[in-house]
Ligand binder design. Sequence first.
Ligand code: TXA
Ligand code: MG
Length: 358
Amino acid sequence: MKTRVIKVDAQQPDPGVIEEAAAALREGKLVAFPTETVYGLGAHALDERAVQKIFDAKARPATDPLIVHIAHVGQVSQCAAAFPANARKLALTFWAGPLTLILPKKPVIPDLVTAGLPNVALRAPSHRVARALVETAGIPIAAPSANRFSRPSPTSAEHVKADLDGRIDLILDAGATDIGLESTIVDFSVDPPVVRRPGGLNYEQIHSLVPDVVLETGTGTESEAQVAPGQLARHYAPRAELTLYEGDPALVVRRIGADVRTAVAQGSKVGILAPEEDLTALAPIVASTASAGRVEVRPYGSRPDLERAAREFIAALRELDASGVNVIFASSPGREGLALAIRDRLSRAADGRIKTIV
Ligand code: TXA
Ligand code: MG
């Protein structure tokens, strides 16, 4: 299959292009499109054959359910059998935006979409291309992140192409996404509601509106990470072996420095993924003669500017991985605000290799 890439303006998408992509979706084809979080791989959510193509293209196990994208809160009743008051409150406050709600599903949603679960995940994205597409298609659109299964989510059309070229019909290219982290998932099929995945909407903001919400996230170990179907620990995985460092920032930097020296001495090619301030502190080790040609560094924003950290994080991880390093040492951004979601993705990529230094 030849994958077409069509450029589209992120602010004012050409209606002709949107109509063409919407028609492709209605016909059961696969279309990758930008959302404000990451690129999604869309298919007609009510067409089982179309949905099956998503699993095939991504090599995604059928046990991992898909998020269904809708145009606005009024469309919830088409897909969900119940809409608890607190879920409605969050939707009215944060949609369109990086929030996904898990609700009891209506029979119209195929079991394939929900991996056989009685609940469906719904989200109204705010990106103008995504909105125009869902509105114009006139159908709910099932869309997981547009990456190969277990790879980091794509924040650009180039990332989508790198993973899925030749496997999908169309990519709408509107440049890099704004937020760079997937949506925050809140599960209202249980009481109290549970945050299943921290993401582009801060936990603190959800908690201030729904105080009884509980935070439950994978911490990197297989048992703890299995809280939501599809939330496998080994996710967002780079090819290189990634170790996550967290704790006191000054001690973390010293420990990474020591581990870089050891790894280089053992013949490794080392990547360092860290906020800018950590890389500044590590500069002398990176510049040392022993490290020449053996250490690659990629900053992801800085702790005082977590929005930029989120935006840059996945591209930095993908670039570092593509540079041919065999180990990556990553420094945690902390757990406040958006840092919680970045740290969650790093802990999944680390697959249990987490060093806490205090
Ligand atoms: O920002 C996002 O959420 C992006 C964009 C494209 O919207 N989508 C995304 O989808 O990240 P995906 O498939 O990569 O992650 C969806 C996750 C699943 O892995 C699963 O953990 C959870 O959402 N999920 C979906 N449906 C569910 C359900 N019925 N019950 C529990 N969890 C569900
Ligand atoms: Mg995904």
